[in-house]
Design a protein. Structure first.
Length: 154
């Protein structure tokens, strides 16, 4: 369920749980497309035959593929209704803590940590954890920073 806030409500929220996204399957096709887009064709990602004999027993998603899914996953958790646009502002302390096997499902759990006003916009920091269905250890943990851009004063 998506929580919808205005920029003012976001700014005044304080620290709060945001909830979890839906589960999303990580397919081999998605991994291959990411490899094509980034030029990272390491065998643990794109060669199922070799990966079957590797350390994970199957191909695994690139850590940066998981990271790149954060805007989509977070949009399922929270939206800012009066933002003119949202901007990826940065990352803090990102760690890839567990491999994501091809065919597994992931979801994001988010917690609003703090906000800061920047003119008509708000910078917001979100503690994130990307969970792997059926696994105790998350795939990714850290903090990401977004900007909810408000309309400039007329």
């Amino acid at each position: 369920m998506t929580t919808t806030l205005t920029i003012e409500e976001l700014e005044q929220s304080g620290e709060r749980e945001l909830g979890a996204s839906d589960w999303h399957e990580i397919t081999q096709e998605q991994i291959n497309l990411f490899a094509e887009a980034t030029g990272d064709h390491q065998w643990i990602h794109v060669d199922p035959e070799a990966a079957a004999h590797g350390p994970f027993g199957t191909t695994v998603a690139h850590g940066y593929l998981t990271l790149s899914m954060l805007p989509m996953l977070l949009s399922e958790v929270v939206s800012v209704s009066d933002a003119v646009m949202g901007v990826n502002y940065g990352t803090e302390k990102i760690r890839f803590t567990s491999p994501v096997p091809s065919g597994s499902r992931v979801r994001l759990h988010g917690k609003l940590l703090r906000t800061e006003r920047r003119g008509p916009s708000v910078i917001w920091h979100v503690g994130i954890q990307v969970e792997i269905e059926g696994k105790e250890k998350p795939a990714l943990v850290g903090e990401v920073v977004y900007m909810a851009a408000g309309a400039p004063d007329a």
